[in-house]
Write a new protein. Structure first.
Length: 436
């Protein structure tokens, strides 16, 4: 690599350029000028790189848009012992994530303009991955009174959700969707019928019975989604179902899309890479919300990703400290960290032959951006120079102890994976490099 230069121009040469938004997959080069992409393509610098530019030799590795993670719990403000904006930012860039969207279930809840602005301001000051907040759909995420959605959207909220809680009251959800339809906003639901899920620890079924643990039935997801689809039909409000994990849930979304309803959904890597057997031996790191389901459900999630029913993949990063996880299964908190495993586990879909590399990348770049109307996740002239350089085939073993995240509760700990982030660039600045 050449010495730093004062021109602000950086040439990334000898790269495999991947842009899922346009289907670009070619050998070529990319030029950044300060914070933006100045040029990109197969013919760039064929006659050599002009002097005065910094040159990064990508050595044939994949250069793609930085990942967009549409569901992350940051824990700040309120639970900084589990994660902070800084530690999450470090974990994000180590995982190739350059934009992440955080849930509002902090303390205080993100249901006021001041809190939305606090998160954005803190993230800018830290200067790692970009952070965009969801705001609460209801005040204090209590599910009773709608938050001031219009003002919160103006302040920068990308969507409205009660985070880890379903909006349980049908009338409140109807009002939220009606408001969303009027102002072009997005409602994000945690699709789980609360009274059916209450007290449940894992997937309901034979394994739960054998382990002596109370289960959460598949119907908890299906019932909430069925109800919400009816409300979307009435209101025509934009609706997004988070972390869909069951065959029944995938089928409900598929039918809603066939009807032309304004519905999208995502899933998280555990739901297509693991099943309920991961909680055998009472492994609390695999205690997630929604719970890991049966192998049939896992396969249905993979099919949903393949046929486009499931639009995107989010890490569902849920940091929990030791005191919340190294306890008996029944009292352990739900959730797993996921920022640093989002890329390699998603690439499993390509390595296992379910889809091409560029199709797998689409799920974690331009697809979530499109849902959120976010200008990110594309290799486009004039776009922000948010990039990830990665080796798709390089194998490694997940070791949660070495994570940058403050919390180490990964359901993928000790799992062999393929796909390693070598460099992450945010607004033209290299913010992470892998020590070869």
């Amino acid at each position: 690599m050449a010495a730093r230069n004062s021109s602000g121009l950086v040439a990334y040469v000898n790269a495999r350029l991947l842009d899922p938004a346009t289907g670009l997959d070619t050998r070529g080069a990319l030029l950044t000028n300060g914070e933006t992409i100045a040029d990109v393509g197969p013919g760039l610098f064929q006659g050599g790189v002009p002097s005065g530019m910094e040159v990064v030799d990508c050595k044939g590795l994949c250069l793609a848009p930085g990942l967009v993670d549409m569901r992350v719990q940051l824990r700040e403000p309120g639970e900084e012992h589990k994660e902070t904006l800084k530690s999450a930012g470090e974990a994000a860039v180590a995982g190739g994530v350059t934009s992440m969207v955080c849930l509002p279930n902090t303390n205080p809840v993100i249901d006021e303009v001041a809190t939305v602005e606090f998160v954005a301001r803190r993230a800018r000051k830290i200067g790692l991955a970009k952070v965009y907040p969801y705001a609460a759909a209801t005040k204090r995420v209590e599910g009773k009174e709608l938050a001031e959605m219009g003002m919160l959207a103006e302040a920068g909220a990308l969507g409205f959700t009660d985070g880890l809680k379903a909006i349980r009251n049908a009338q409140v959800m109807r009002r939220a969707l009606t408001y969303a339809a009027t102002f072009g906003l997005l409602i994000v639901q945690h699709p789980e019928e609360p009274s059916l899920a209450e007290g449940g620890m894992m997937n309901e079924g034979e394994l739960a019975t054998r382990m002596g643990l109370s289960g959460i039935p598949v119907a908890a997801e299906a019932i909430m989604l069925e109800r919400d689809m009816r409300l979307v039909e009435i209101t025509n409000g934009r609706y997004h179902a988070a972390h869909v994990a069951t065959a029944a849930g995938v089928e409900i979304i598929r039918k809603a899309k066939a009807k032309g309803l304004p519905v999208t959904c995502d899933t998280a890597p555990p739901y297509f890479a693991l099943n309920e057997l991961a909680v055998k031996d009472y492994r609390t790191f695999a205690k997630l919300s929604p719970p890991l389901r049966s192998e049939t459900d896992r396969q249905a999630v993979v099919e949903g990703l393949k046929d486009g029913t499931i639009d995107a993949v989010a890490s569902d990063h849920s940091p929990q400290d030791q005191d919340s996880k190294r306890v008996p299964f029944a009292v352990a908190e739900f959730g797993g960290v996921g920022l640093e495993t989002l890329l390699p586990v998603t690439l499993d879909l390509a390595h296992n032959g379910h889809m091409s590399l560029i199709e797998a990348l689409r799920l974690i770049t331009c697809a979530p951006s499109a849902i959120l109307n976010l200008a990110a996740g594309r290799l486009k002239v004039g776009a922000a120079a948010d990039l990830v350089l990665f080796d798709p085939d390089r194998g490694w073993k997940v070791n949660a102890k070495s994570f940058h995240s403050k919390s180490k509760n990964s359901p993928f700990d000790d799992r062999p994976v393929q796909g390693m982030v070598m460099r992450t660039i945010v607004d033209g600045r290299t913010v992470y490099t892998h020590d070869a």
